[in-house]
Design a protein. Structure first.
Length: 132
C-alpha cells in the first residue's frame, strides 16, 4: 500500500512511458479515474479502460507516442502538491503550464478538473500535478 496514490499513479505512467511500453496497469481509485479521464480528454493518452475486481479495480491505460519518432506524448509529469506540503491556488493565481501548452490538474469543489476549466468556472483548489 502506498502512502501517496497520486505520486504512484504519475510514477507508473512516467516509467512506462520512458520504457516505451504500450500499456500500463494502475490500481484504481476515484481520483485516479478522474485524472485518467482528463489525460484522455486532453489527448495525452490513447485510451483507457476500468476493470472492476474484488478490491479497488484496475485502470488500464494505452500510452500515446508519435508514430514516426516514438517520442511519448507526455514529456513530463510533475507532482505539485504532496502530502507533506499541499499547494492550493485561487482563480487569479492559477498556474499556467508552459504558457498554456500544458495542463495543471486541480482538485476543486467541482471535482478534478484542468487549470483552464478552473479559471473558466472561477474556482480554486489543490494543484495536483503538471502535465506537458
Amino acid at each position: 500500500m502506498t502512502t501517496d496514490p497520486i505520486a504512484d499513479f504519475l510514477t507508473r505512467i512516467r516509467n512506462a512511458s520512458s520504457a516505451g511500453l504500450k500499456t500500463v496497469e494502475i490500481p484504481g481509485s476515484n481520483i485516479k479515474r478522474a485524472m485518467t479521464q482528463i489525460l484522455f480528454d486532453q489527448g495525452y493518452i490513447l485510451n483507457f479502460k476500468f476493470e472492476e475486481d474484488d478490491k479497488q479495480g484496475i485502470i488500464k491505460i494505452a500510452l500515446k507516442y508519435n508514430i514516426s519518432t516514438r517520442v511519448p506524448a507526455i514529456t513530463k509529469l510533475q507532482r505539485a502538491s504532496r502530502p507533506g506540503l499541499r499547494k492550493y491556488s485561487g482563480t487569479v493565481d492559477m498556474p499556467r503550464v508552459l504558457n498554456g501548452l500544458g495542463i495543471a490538474i486541480v482538485s476543486t469543489s467541482n471535482g478534478v478538473i484542468t487549470d483552464k476549466d478552473a479559471r473558466r468556472l472561477k474556482v480554486g483548489g489543490e494543484v495536483l500535478c503538471y502535465v506537458y
